[in-house]
Design a protein around this ligand. Structure first.
Ligand SMILES: Nc1ncnc2c1ncn2[C@@H]1O[C@H](COP(=O)(O)OP(=O)(O)OP(=O)(O)O)[C@@H](O)[C@H]1O
Length: 288
């Protein structure tokens, strides 16, 4: 459905925000993960035709959208990171306003979308009084007005409470059943349960592309926990890749990635996606 070929985006002479990224995407939820400044927003803005690549091609259903942006604009829904609402409009009026801008005439579509994002009972309220999660859900409803084939959402879960995060993830997961949903985040747990594929960016480059299952499967047999006395902590840090530590009274609980048992008391545990990414050196930390 969407093919990104050797896309580069430079800002001035010194900043290469996206550095030779190629991706072939079909239906499902793509989790685009990377640290702040990795290039996620810039890549999404190129897909949304809000900025042009310095070089490379983006092909949507056979058409190069760098040359012919309208080919994707009518088939795209976009929720930017800094999505705002208009204080004087109710949620319903907000939707009516965007429906008019997008040439969507069917009032039933607005009703359906407000229901889909669970805002029907708040339709008459000013969106300015909405919580962050409710605003984001209204943003998704707005982005779905034209029934897009591609939905691009930039950091949609930032600042949401756990319940809203879950609700949002479920919504994106449902939408991914028959669309391509591209969702960026720097929080691995946000995409763990919903993404069908993960693209991992660091310093503008695509450093990994795989399914969460494959990433986790590769980490099987390599993630360990062990409790050590404080005095042993430094020695362990020198020897193995420490994923996480947690002080427990006099002891320190280690979570470790290592191909073999790192300590006689170490026990194997089930890897999660965060473990798997770190174990495979897909750490989201910026590399100097
Ligand atoms: N308009 C611009 N002019 C100059 N540099 C820019 C511009 N937009 C982005 N950059 C730079 O490009 C790099 C990638 O930024 P981008 O916003 O795409 O990253 P990101 O992964 O989306 O990060 P975040 O999660 O913070 O949004 C950064 O170094 C950023 O400072």
């Amino acid at each position: 459905m969407l093919e990104i070929r050797h896309v580069v985006k430079q800002f001035g002479k010194n900043v290469t925000a996206v550095d030779d990224v190629s991706l072939h995407l079909t239906r499902g939820v793509l989790g685009l993960i990377g640290h702040n400044g990795a290039g996620k927003t810039t890549l999404m803005q190129m897909i949304a035709t809000l900025t042009k690549p310095t070089s490379g091609e983006i092909i949507f259903q056979g058409v190069d959208i760098v040359k012919s942006p309208d080919a994707i604009r009518t088939r795209l829904g976009f929720l930017p990171q800094d999505f705002g609402v208009y204080p004087n409009l109710s949620a319903l009026e907000f939707m009516q306003y965007f429906a008019a801008l997008k040439g969507v005439r069917d009032p039933e579509r607005i009703r359906y979308l407000l229901e889909l994002v669970n805002l029907t009972e708040h339709a008459q309220r000013s969106a300015a009084a909405f919580s962050g999660g409710m605003r984001r859900r209204l943003g998704i409803a707005q982005a779905l007005l034209n029934d897009p084939d591609i939905l691009v959402v930039d950091e949609p879960t930032a600042g949401l409470d756990p319940e809203e995060r879950l609700r949002f993830r479920n919504l994106l997961s449902e939408l991914g059943a028959n669309k391509l949903v591209i969702m960026s985040t720097h929080i691995v747990s946000d995409v763990e349960s919903v993404a069908s594929e993960l693209a991992i960016m660091r310093n503008g480059k695509l450093i990994g592309f795989d399914t969460p299952e494959n990433l986790i499967n590769r980490a099987y047999g390599q993630i360990w926990t062990v409790k050590l006395a404080n005095a042993d902590v430094e020695a362990m840090r020198q020897r193995v890749q420490v994923l996480h530590t947690q002080r427990q009274g006099e002891l320190v609980l280690f979570r470790i990635a290592h191909a073999t048992q790192p300590h006689a008391d170490a026990e194997l545990v089930q890897p999660n996606l965060e473990d798997a990414l770190m174990a495979q050196r897909y750490s989201l930390q910026e590399v100097a």
